[in-house]
Design a protein around this ligand. Structure first.
Ligand SMILES: C[S@@+](CC[C@H](N)C(=O)[O-])C[C@H]1O[C@@H](n2cnc3c(N)ncnc32)[C@H](O)[C@@H]1O
Length: 293
């Protein structure tokens, strides 16, 4: 039996002029001389200041730490397991593939997918890219695995060569159909993992006076080049057994900012909570029918 060969990504592109980035000792450089340092933890920042909408975009360090503590409890492992299954069902595992986690956060899901890849019997080469707009998130992710290329960057202008990605997945993230078009190969896959209507409904009932439904609509209507080929749902219960777990969950979701003060106070005194987890996996095939530009 041969385990898959995991190799570094070879398709990084300069975020300024889109030229191929070549790796030197401690930095990447394009033919026009734009240079990007490799941090000592191994990640590279490919988010130029002109692509930033704020000084410190994306999740804060406190949110990242709450997410790491929560995900490391294993509550969301069934999501990571099903995601890995779907990914390796969708790919032709006898070919070389580049898998990209768009909005990877602190790297929990990509680390899980990399572990699952080790069990696949194939002699082909796999490369993994995890990218997030939040520097604290990518810093945390780079500690989870040395086998991925970790990038600070934005989904709206992903810094990779045209037609160089075989599969993108985006978990609870800010996907960009337009941004992804530039880098996906024809007939490649995009997997969106999104909350279903019942996701964490018990938490929402506590923290909102009138709980809003989970937003399950995609954030862009630009689906022209993407065909939905499969949908799966996953529903299971989790039982949080102490207040830190409850606060970590609240801190890692956008719910915290929308909660009313009464809701926040009741959560602060809770020691246990039973929750419904309701997740949708949408698999798209990318078939370019429109001009890429
Ligand atoms: C809800 S978190 C999900 C993180 C991770 N996928 C997970 O499920 O653990 C959303 C992530 O998207 C990142 N993000 C927000 N806007 C982004 C963008 N334009 N490009 C890439 N990542 C972005 C945030 O920094 C945050 O880490």
């Amino acid at each position: 039996m041969h385990a898959m060969n995991i190799v570094p990504a070879q398709n990084l592109a300069c975020p300024i002029d889109k030229l191929e980035l070549l790796k030197e000792q401690r930095h990447y450089q394009c033919a026009n001389g734009h240079s990007f340092d490799i941090a000592k933890q191994g990640y590279v920042n490919l988010l130029p200041v002109q692509h930033k909408k704020s000084k410190n975009p994306g999740d804060s360090k406190a949110m990242v730490q709450a997410r790491t503590r929560f995900l490391d409890t294993g509550f969301y492992k069934p999501i990571a397991d099903l995601l890995s299954d779907i990914i390796f069902q969708q790919l032709d595992n006898d070919k070389d593939n580049c898998i990209f986690d768009a909005g990877c956060g602190e790297g929990y899901y990509l680390q899980h997918v990399i572990n699952a890849a080790q069990a696949i019997n194939s002699e082909s080469h796999l490369s993994f890219i995890g990218m997030d707009i939040s520097k604290p998130a990518v810093l945390a992710a780079s500690k989870r695995s040395q086998q991925a290329s970790w990038i600070v960057g934005t989904n709206s202008q992903p810094p990779f060569l045209d037609e160089s990605i075989d599969l993108i997945f985006c978990v609870f993230g800010f996907h960009s159909f337009d941004g992804f078009k530039k880098i996906l190969k024809p007939k490649s896959r995009l997997i969106l993992v999104e909350p279903g209507e019942k996701h964490l409904q018990e938490l929402r009932e506590i923290i909102y006076a009138a709980p809003p439904g989970e937003k399950t609509e995609s954030k862009s209507n630009d689906h022209n080049d993407y065909t939905l080929i499969d949908t799966k749902t996953l529903e299971f219960k989790i039982q949080l057994t102490n207040n830190s777990q409850i606060l970590d969950l609240l801190n890692m979701t956008p719910h915290l900012y929308r909660a009313n003060s009464e809701g926040k106070t009741s959560i602060e005194s809770m020691d246990s909570l039973s929750l419904t987890t309701d997740i949708m996996f949408k698999v798209f095939e990318y078939n370019p029918v429109n001009n890429r530009s």
